[in-house]
Design a protein around this ligand. Structure first.
Ligand code: TRP
Length: 461
């Protein structure tokens, strides 16, 4: 018997794929992935990243899908239904808190990205120099009225889409916009590949340099895998709860991981080719997105059009990813608090506004709440570091242990094979073994090594 029959969901496997990809592809592909890869040893880092995807990311993603689709519930309801023991309840609560922690800074950056679309259209960047782009970025983050206004616009756009429902909102928008995003990336790449910096950019991204790979780099590869695949805070559980009973969850997870990585690499090639063609140094994070990109793109013939395309694709990525973060709490409000969907969306928006605005204001180093940042970087680094490298892996660890050790194997077999319809016993066995014995151990080792535990032990001898 199908559970929660009246509950809304995605209409097909393709819709589920686009929605999930919409969650995975986000600002992480644009301001994080390329730089982190380039500055941590290129292909050597990618290798570690792929290992993290295969042995940590995919098993956690499939487990989250399992929790959602099996129960057809939000993350809190799913955990409760799968195991009535109260001690697991914290996974649900933890997920919702982590989701908000990320949404606050994500919506602030989303606001800056939206505002840059308009700046690019107005031609504000023509004749830009490194001084003027820096000035404009500082202006963007330090003028409280406009940055809050843009943040409110992002929250409003996301809320309107989410209020339209799972099918009419999330499904329709991701199915339309993901292909658009992909085409815009290809346009940027086509332009970039004719530039002289191609070689340098490929060298930056793909050279194998194990000497640049540090322990912190390994931690970052793991954190990046979690952040990129939207894991560890209930997003994939919530989206999984909207999958049809016919969806092949393992295949969906693999397709999303591969497509997301391709998007990241294509963005990296476009951005770094432009950067190296003008002999500039690759910057990280906000500096790369908001200063370097406008500066180098406008130097190209037709660059101003390219810049508009680039910020539109960044806005699409930010919007569909943020939708998925908000959906975690919205699904919870609807299911556990009995709210209508519209009311849940409204309450969610109010929470983000009340707590997200201080986050935005704190980006201003000279402002009332500022003083902790240099060009917005420390502010970013802090949120980003805590969420990607601590909260998400911790959430993922709990999920791996929860599904791996409290759910009977036969339940997992039934659900992942769609009650025996898909013949993939071997793959399910492999997933189960990895989930129980490899994922938690790897996450744990990376944690310990990043805080230097192994060195301390070695010193004892
Ligand atoms: N994956 C998105 C990105 O790369 C961010 C994201 C969306 C996310 N939902 C999430 C990260 C849930 C962690 C958890 O930008």
């Amino acid at each position: 018997m199908e559970k929660n029959k009246g509950r809304e969901g995605f209409s097909s496997g393709l819709a589920a794929f686009f929605a999930t990809l919409g969650s995975a592809v986000g600002l992480g592909n644009i301001w994080k992935f390329p730089y982190v890869v380039g500055s941590n040893g290129g292909a050597a880092f990618l290798l570690v990243y792929f290992i993290c995807i295969i042995f940590i990311g995919l098993p956690v993603m499939v487990s989250e899908f399992y929790m959602g689709r099996k129960t057809r519930k939000s993350v809190v309801g799913a955990v409760q239904e799968l195991n009535s023991n109260n001690k697991w309840k914290s996974i649900g609560v933890f997920s919702i808190l982590a989701a908000y922690f990320i949404v606050f800074f994500y919506s602030a950056v989303g606001g800056w990205v939206y505002s840059y679309v308009f700046k690019a259209i107005k031609g504000d960047f023509s004749g830009a120099t490194s001084e003027t782009v820096k000035g404009m970025f500082m202006n963007t983050i330090t003028s409280p009225v406009s940055s809050i206004l843009w943040q409110l616009i992002v929250i409003a756009v996301v809320s309107i889409i989410l209020a339209s429902g799972v099918k009419n909102g999330i499904e329709r928008i991701t199915k339309t916009l993901m292909p658009v995003l992909f085409i815009l990336i290809l346009v940027c790449d086509a332009r970039a590949l004719t530039l002289p910096g191609v070689k340098d950019s490929f060298r930056f991204l793909f050279k194998v340099d194990f000497s640049m790979l540090t322990k912190q780099g390994v931690l970052m590869a793991m954190g990046l895998a979690f952040f990129k695949m939207s894991l560890g805070m209930g997003t994939m559980t919530t989206y999984g709860s909207y999958f049809t009973k016919k969806d092949n969850m393992m295949a969906t997870a693999a397709k999303v991981a591969i497509s997301d990585t391709i998007v990241s690499l294509l963005v990296g090639i476009a951005v770094f080719t432009a950067v190296f063609s003008f002999n500039m140094a690759p910057e990280s994070g906000p500096g790369l997105l908001f200063m370097t990109v406008p500066l180098v793109f406008t130097k190209l013939p037709f660059g101003s059009i390219l810049l508009v395309a680039f910020f539109i694709l960044a806005s699409i990525a930010a919007t569909t990813a943020m939708m998925s973060m908000c959906e975690v709490a919205i699904a919870y409000f609807v299911e556990q608090k009995g709210m209508t969907r519209k009311k849940a969306v409204l309450i969610n928006a109010i929470i983000i506004i009340i707590l997200g605005i201080p986050a935005t204001l704190s980006a201003d180093p000279s402002g009332v709440l500022g003083g902790i940042t240099v060009f917005g970087k420390t502010f970013f680094d802090l949120f980003d570091y805590i969420s990607s490298n601590i909260l998400l892996p911790l959430g993922g660890l709990l999920i791996a242990i929860f599904v791996g050790y409290t759910i009977p194997k036969k339940d997992i077999n039934l659900e992942l094979s769609n009650e025996g319809e898909i013949r993939q016993e071997k793959l399910i066995d492999f997933y189960y073994i990895v989930l129980r014995y490899v994922t938690p151990v790897l996450v744990f080792i990376v944690f310990l090594s990043s805080i230097g535990v192994f060195e301390k032990i070695l010193k004892l001898f």
